[in-house]
Design a protein around this ligand. Structure first.
Ligand code: SF4
Length: 82
């Protein structure tokens, strides 16, 4: 366990993905609103707009999920400064 990876096996939703180890740090993915590079499907939400279904994505929950997410956020910040 570290600040980059922890697994909460006592969570009522555990295991929320089909993988051996789950990093729970990014339970809600910080990349949801951006081009994430993850394994999502677009589905229609209740309001008829497309939303991401991230059920099959383990990118933020993987062993290197912390590094991946931080790099993506840094890149997005650099792009926005243009
Ligand atoms: S969970 Fe995966 S597919 Fe969903 S926003 Fe995050 S990286 Fe993208």
């Amino acid at each position: 366990m570290s600040y980059k990876f922890f697994e909460n096996r006592t969570c009522e939703f555990y295991p929320c993905h089909k993988t051996e180890r789950i990093n729970c740090l990014f339970c809600f993915c910080p990349l949801y609103k951006m081009e994430c590079g993850g394994n999502f499907e677009l589905i229609l939400g209740k309001d008829g707009k497309e939303i991401k279904d991230c059920s099959n994505c383990i990118v933020p929950h993987s062993e290197k999920g912390y590094e991946y997410v931080i790099e993506k956020l840094k890149a997005a910040q650099t792009e926005s400064k243009g």
